[in-house]
Design a protein around this ligand. Structure first.
Ligand code: NI
Ligand code: MN
Length: 226
C-alpha cells in the first residue's frame, strides 16, 4: 500500500486493487499538488460535508465513475447529484472489494455550504475513517476535537494516522499531541494546517512535541509505503 499526502486533509491510498482519495479538496486548496481536472481514482472516502473536505468530489467522481463512501446523510445528498454512493455511519464497518472501511467518531460539524443558493445543507454527523487493506490500517481522523474515546483506538493496530493540528476548527498541536499518544499509531502525520491564515501551524514543532517519537511531516506529494 502506498499513501500520499496532498495538502490540507487530502490523502491518496493506492493498493493493488484500487486508488482511493480521501477528502479531495483540490480547487481553492493552495496546499494541494493535484489537478482536479486530471486526478484519477476508483473510490472517494469522505469524512464530512464541509466544503474543504467534499471539495471536488462531484466532478472527480463523475469523470472517474468512482464510488463515494460517506456518512449516510452526506451520501444521500451526493446520490441526489447522481453519484454512485455507499452510505455508512459511525461505528459501522463494511468490507468492500478494495478493503474495509469503518467510520469512527469525530467531534465537529457536518454541513455543505451551497454557495449558489446560499443554503447550508446539514449532512449528519462527521466521522473519522479507519481503512484496512493488505494487512495495513490507515486512520484519517477527519476534523475533530480531542475526545477521550480516542483512547479506544489504541486497541486497533494503526500503521499510519492523519491527525488535524490546525487549531480554531479542530484540535490544535497540544491536543493533537495528546490524541497521538492515546491512538499510538506506528506513524502519525499532521494535517489540516496552513491552508488558511487561522490554521497556520508549524508541523515540525508538533512532531518534535510528540513523546512517542512516531511523528512525521509529509509535504504535499510525499508518499509513505506500508
Ligand atoms: Ni470541517
Ligand atoms: Mn476542515
Amino acid at each position: 500500500m502506498q499513501v500520499t499526502f496532498h495538502g490540507h486533509s487530502v490523502v491518496e491510498i493506492v493498493t493493488d486493487k484500487a486508488k482511493i482519495l480521501v477528502d479531495p479538496f483540490i480547487t481553492g486548496n493552495e496546499q494541494c499538488d493535484l489537478d482536479a481536472n486530471e486526478v484519477t481514482c476508483d473510490v472517494i472516502l469522505l469524512t464530512h460535508g464541509h466544503n474543504d473536505h467534499v471539495g471536488d468530489t462531484v466532478e472527480i467522481a463523475k469523470r472517474n465513475d468512482a464510488l463515494v463512501v460517506a456518512p449516510f446523510e452526506l451520501a444521500t445528498y451526493l446520490g441526489w447529484k447522481e453519484l454512485n454512493t455507499h452510505p455508512m455511519h459511525i461505528g459501522g464497518a463494511h468490507e468492500f472489494d478494495f478493503g474495509t472501511v469503518k467510520l469512527t467518531q469525530a467531534f465537529h460539524g457536518s454541513s455543505y455550504m451551497d454557495e449558489d443558493s446560499k443554503q447550508i445543507i446539514y449532512t449528519g454527523m462527521p466521522a473519522g475513517i479507519l481503512f484496512t487493506a493488505e494487512g495495513k490500517t490507515v486512520y484519517h481522523a477527519g476534523d475533530t476535537a480531542l475526545y477521550s474515546d480516542m483512547k479506544l483506538l489504541s486497541d486497533v493496530k494503526i500503521d499510519l494516522a492523519f491527525i488535524p493540528i490546525g487549531d480554531n476548527f479542530t484540535m490544535g498541536p497540544d491536543d493533537a499531541a495528546i490524541a497521538t499518544e492515546w491512538i499510538n499509531a506506528d506513524l502519525t502525520v499532521p494535517v489540516h494546517y496552513n491552508t488558511f491564515p487561522v490554521i497556520e501551524q508549524n508541523p515540525e514543532t508538533f512532531v518534535d512535541k510528540l513523546k512517542n517519537n512516531k511523528g512525521k511531516v509529509m509535504k504535499p506529494g510525499d508518499t509513505v509505503k506500508l
